[in-house]
Unconditional design. Structure first.
Length: 138
């Protein structure tokens, strides 16, 4: 009798986050044609019901792909969008206090296995981004 391998459920997401560039939001869109998935300014209210405010500006470009897409697909989408504007993003990131490629995984597996092909990591070779990884077990 052979044991059946368990099948796990994985959902992925990826985004580029650039902080401290609130005064450049309209310039980013004008120069690149990219609109952020989310952006807020330092001092903006976090929630209309709360009195807490954001402590810094942030501009986020999130992959619009479905969460069931492989992680590489999300990262590749981000690179396709920003690569034509690589020089501009390098300058922007160099002025930013913190910028990263944030990757996320939700799974019912308690040990996330993260595999990314080297071609999909081109974004990290071409842009000075840190990497953040968020994992949620459900």
């Amino acid at each position: 009798m052979t044991k059946k391998k368990p099948s796990y459920y994985f959902k992925y997401d990826a985004c580029i986050r650039i902080t401290g560039c609130g005064d450049l939001y309209s310039e980013i869109t004008r120069k690149t044609g990219l609109s952020p998935s989310h952006a807020h300014l330092k001092g903006d209210l976090r929630d209309p019901k709360s009195k807490k405010r954001y402590e810094q500006d942030i501009w986020i470009l999130e992959s619009p792909l479905k969460k069931i897409a492989k992680l590489e697909k999300h990262i590749d989408w981000l690179w396709r969008e920003v690569s034509p504007h690589k020089s501009y993003f390098k300058k922007l990131i160099s002025k930013s206090p913190y910028s990263d490629l944030c990757i996320s995984c939700r799974s019912d597996c308690s040990w996330p296995l993260l595999g990314i092909n080297k071609e999909s990591l081109t974004i990290l070779h071409r842009l000075p981004l840190s990497v953040s990884f968020n994992f949620t077990l459900f």
